[in-house]
Ligand binder design. Structure first.
Ligand SMILES: NC(=O)NC(NC(N)=O)C(=O)[O-]
Length: 407
């Protein structure tokens, strides 16, 4: 079976976040660029003058936004501590979707901002009213899954005169579930990901990251103070091979286990990566939904497994897709090798029901590194689960990668 021709991604109709804005136009297989290079945004944005607050938002196409956001709250990321959050809570930084701005909303402490915002720093006395050169605010972020960071977006949407002058970001890797105090201890070594760099207000400030290490936590600093609307940390999940070996059978395509979406026919309503997120979908936009097709084609997603695995059981869930669930689905698999283009059908075209989890035991285990889901003719699914275990070769490669990344 030959792979269907991809349908080009559409232009999103509404003003999006930095992350979704660039995701919609980024090439799906672009390689990350090497050194940490800031975007060109610096300085204040103009004061808000009414109308669409995103009209003068500054953003750019960034080559790493097709990767998974390791700081996605839905993957389990959390801002576990910050030294100050006087004006706005640190947790806002990891919310999915664009930051919201309502010019009329004020609370008892000031303007309600959809981001993490600290108070204004002051100097020591009347003769030195300005903050010292090294004064800064910090927040500690636990990644949703340990991984290698390829790019970071510090989104200052709506922070026009109160964004930080500069930011810096460092990463570390600690086992287990370290507390904020554990992370703040002197002996923790931090790898610089983004050196202290001036950034712009009301802008998607993007940084390519060159750090070939498996990281579990980030330290975000704003110099000397200010507000950050959203933090996106793009990269590749690096699962713990010891954990996967202990589990034995697990979901080979789950994001948290190192599975990923390689390409997809349609990104119109929701990203295909939703189909491999943890847990069951909770509403329609938590799954993957395509446009209504008016041609004779069909939609599809191509996935890469955590490593070479043996798939034994499959779940295709259409939860919350009721009038728009895929009509039929089929699954094909291929294994890396000389004939890597040969797809083998492992689940024949099968009728799907709306809002239903469908379970299939495969007649024989299927060894694969990639899987393609075809849905006919269009519509959506909420989750795909591919249960099985790693082959010996897959487990060995994963262990070697883990060691290479300092795990
Ligand atoms: N207009 C403001 O946003 N002012 C202050 N911030 C909030 N959130 O009120 C400040 O000092 O940056």
């Amino acid at each position: 079976m030959t792979e269907p021709a991809p349908v080009p991604p559409p232009t999103p109709p509404t003003p999006p976040t930095a992350a979704t804005a660039v995701a919609a136009t980024a090439p799906p297989t672009a390689a990350p660029s090497a050194p940490a290079v800031p975007t060109s945004f610096t300085g204040d944005a103009a004061p808000y003058r009414g109308g669409d607050p995103y009209a003068d938002y500054r953003t750019a196409d960034l080559p790493y936004t097709h990767l998974v956001d390791l700081a996605d709250r839905r993957l389990g990321a959390s801002v576990i501590a910050a030294n100050d959050e006087f004006f706005a809570e640190r947790e806002n930084m990891l919310k999915p979707g664009p930051a919201v701005f309502d010019p009329e909303r004020f609370g008892l402490k000031g303007k309600i901002m959809d981001g993490w915002e600290t108070r204004r720093r002051r100097g020591t006395d009347a003769g030195r009213p300005h903050p010292a050169e090294d004064d800064h605010d910090w927040a500690l972020v636990r990644l949703g899954a340990p991984g290698v960071v390829r790019g970071i977006v510090v989104d200052t949407a709506h922070f026009r005169g109160n964004h930080p002058k500069a930011v810096s970001v460092d990463g570390t890797s600690l086992p287990g579930a370290p507390s904020p105090d554990d992370l703040l201890a002197d002996e923790v070594t931090w790898t610089p990901l983004v050196p202290r760099t001036d950034i712009g207000g009301h802008a998607a400030n993007g940084f390519a990251v060159d750090a070939e290490r498996r990281l579990t936590h980030l330290r975000v600093r704003q110099h000397p103070d200010g507000g950050i609307a959203r933090l996106r940390v793009y990269g590749e999940v690096a699962p713990d091979p010891g954990w996967l070996a202990a589990l034995g059978t697990f979901d080979l395509v789950a994001l948290e286990n190192g599975g990923r979406v390689e390409d997809v026919s349609d990104r119109f309503y929701s990203p295909a990566v939703h189909t491999i997120q943890p847990g069951r979908s909770r509403r329609m936009d938590d799954g993957w939904e395509t446009r209504r097709r008016r041609d004779r084609g069909h939609d599809w997603i191509r996935y890469r497994l955590a490593e070479q695995g043996e798939i034994r059981a499959v779940e295709i869930d259409t939860a919350y897709l009721k009038g728009n669930a895929a009509g039929w689905a089929s699954l094909s698999a291929r294994d890396n090798g000389p004939a890597a283009d040969d797809w083998t059908e492992v689940l024949p075209r099968t009728r799907l029901q709306p809002d239903t989890n469908h379970r299939f035991v495969l007649p024989a285990p299927v060894v694969a590194t990639e899987v393609r889901l075809d849905i006919l003719p269009d519509g959506g699914i909420s989750r795909l689960r591919l249960f099985g275990s790693l082959t010996d070769a897959g487990a060995a490669r994963l262990t070697a990668r883990h060691r290479r990344l300092g795990g």
